[in-house]
Write a protein that binds this ligand. Structure first.
Ligand SMILES: C[S@@+](CC[C@H](N)C(=O)[O-])C[C@H]1O[C@@H](n2cnc3c(N)ncnc32)[C@H](O)[C@@H]1O
Length: 224
């Protein structure tokens, strides 16, 4: 279903669904999101100047907020959903985190060419209406020598692996039922395989990339 819906438009998340996603992330996904932030910080590495970092489609913004605690970074988070921009700004304020959350579409980002040293995008690539254009935009806004990391679900993730991840969320009742169905029938069906990433990347402009399977996800590291 996701595959068909995104042919019509970008799958932004707003209203009650954005509020639910924010609450669920805060209560069940913080360990996972903080681990992503640590991975991203080590990929950024040491820099002479304050690195400019972009998070594409941050939703409630927790990865950027966690990342801001790990180093001296200038972080921008850009999401298509105005509701998520409000939610992520409120989350950053509560945590006293210095992250600039703004609204924008990955297909036409409001940034100059070569603006960022590093960019990342988690659990959102499969939401994009035009994934090839999203990659071209990611390439455009990175500085030469910059890197991008896409983390998203693997279309080839097994049922058993999905079940284990939902179990780890320690949800109950309706939330657990809803999350199991969402993972199996909505998210995984809409996700890309490593082979699909390969062919999208071959047409993107990136000079090299590495695709690694991790749990139910793919880590796609791209070099400009
Ligand atoms: C499943 S959420 C992921 C949020 C967060 N990155 C995370 O890991 O929890 C997908 C996000 O993609 C955003 N989105 C969808 N299409 C977009 C687009 N074309 N440009 C920017 N953001 C987009 C949605 O509004 C939503 O915040």
């Amino acid at each position: 279903m996701m595959k068909y819906l995104r042919k019509i438009e970008d799958l932004g998340i707003s209203g009650g669904m954005a509020k639910w996603y924010d609450k669920n992330s805060r209560t069940s996904r913080m360990a996972e999101l903080a681990a992503y932030a640590r991975d991203i910080s080590s990929l950024i590495g040491k820099a002479d100047k304050k690195p400019n970092i972009l998070e594409v489609a941050p939703g409630p913004g927790y990865i950027s907020i966690e990342l801001s605690k790990l180093g001296n970074y200038a972080i921008t988070g850009m999401d298509i959903s105005a509701d998520f921009v409000d939610i992520s700004r409120a989350n950053a304020k509560r945590e006293n985190a210095d992250v600039n959350f703004i609204q924008g579409n990955v297909s036409n980002m409001p940034f100059m060419d070569a603006s960022f040293d590093f960019l990342f995008c988690s659990a959102a690539f499969k939401n994009f209406h035009d994934p090839a254009q999203a990659l071209r935009e990611m390439y455009r806004v990175l500085k030469p020598g910059g890197k991008g990391l896409i983390i998203d679900m693997n279309r080839n993730a097994s049922d058993a692996a999905l079940k284990a991840v939902v179990n780890d969320m320690k949800l109950r009742g309706f939330d657990r039922f809803f999350m199991s169905l969402t993972f199996r029938f909505f998210l995984r069906n809409g996700a890309y395989t490593d082979a699909e990433f390969e062919s999208l990347l071959a047409a993107s402009g990136f000079s090299s990339w590495n695709i690694e399977e991790r749990g139910i996800g793919l880590y796609v590291l791209m070099n400009k």
